[in-house]
Design a protein around this ligand. Sequence first.
Ligand SMILES: Nc1ncnc2c1ncn2[C@@H]1O[C@H](COP(=O)(O)OP(=O)(O)O)[C@@H](O)[C@H]1O
Ligand SMILES: [Mg+2]
Length: 387
Amino acid sequence: MRTRLRILYGGRSAEHEVSCVSALNVIRTVDRERYELRIVGITTSGAWCDTTAAALDAAASDAEALPSPDVLWEANRSVPLSSSSKRSVLDFTLEEQGTNFMTEWQAEATASPKQTESPEAPTVVLPLLHGPMGEDGTVQGLLELAGVAYCGPGVAGSAAAMDKGLAKALLKAAGLPQARYVYLREEQTGDTTPGEVEATLGWPVFVKPANMGSSIGISKVMSGDALQSALTLAFRYDSAVVIEEAISGRELEIGVLGWPELRTSVPGEVRPTGEFYDYNDKYVSGTAGLDVPADVGGDVCAEMSRLAIEACGALRVDCMARVDFLYETDGRGLLINEVNCIPGFTPISMFPRVWAASGVPYAVLVDELVEMALRRRDRRARFETGR
Ligand SMILES: Nc1ncnc2c1ncn2[C@@H]1O[C@H](COP(=O)(O)OP(=O)(O)O)[C@@H](O)[C@H]1O
Ligand SMILES: [Mg+2]
């Protein structure tokens, strides 16, 4: 019996295009004998639409990315899940209007064997959405409410990992190593002078919006003169920012997989071409060097593995993650930079590469994610509610 695999791609964040590449790769890789695919695109304005036909056409061609749901929407090559492009599928779930994806998935997920023609066929959603409104617990919450199994971390872990301020506080509480930082809400900016930042962290510092990704809104600030403009930029993306001491060293990453027990891959190393690993380096020029496995000793590998699993535990991240480190070679050693809940799945992405190098090829990775999603959903269904 084929599993009904529903892939969500596109999305409202700045990483929309990356998601289009990730989704194409997953579609090309998964075994169609095992999975019945349905592809749902989310436009940059938040409309959900069925893009299965166009996505499968693209996968059969030599395209390098799925067409953006925006383009398919414009060209009438998608089937809207709602009658107005301004509304999301959430409205429809709440209104319980006839058939829409949510109610359909929900029915499939909760149907008793008598009600469905293919009782064994489970439904699993694979959200291949990066950044806010996809990787941050929002979509996960929607799926949780609908009772549908989904791949990747749950609501709390996704939200905690996405918010850099929250994540740092939790890592600190768990006693895990990280760069020194200051967390600042918009209403507190008047309280922070360049002199204070210099006294607390020294120069240079990194200024980052708390909730973003893909290096968007991030600046490396070399001196007090540039602090204000960096804060202004970061506050364009979120109402909270993190100011962090700049670490000079290497950037190492490791894959995490499993439920309920986590395990790690071999580490990889990113070698940015510029001042830091910025958006251009990640997605535009693609010129950053990626070494898999990273050229580090066994002791560093073991320490990365231990810290990555502890970081996921502290943030309540389960099933899948890529944990990124800054490695201060002449100092404190491994410092946790961030935990990513839905890492890239493009051909050049670190996550599938570190797993391939650890004996888990792309297709098996998806099988594992699906299988974990179903086990987690079944476990959760058995919890007592206290009612
Ligand atoms: N404290 C730091 N010291 C040195 N480099 C940093 C620091 N923080 C971020 N960077 C650089 O900026 C990049 C993006 O920052 P990161 O916190 O990973 O944000 P994002 O969530 O956008 O990926 C990192 O990959 C790294 O190159
Ligand atoms: Mg990063």
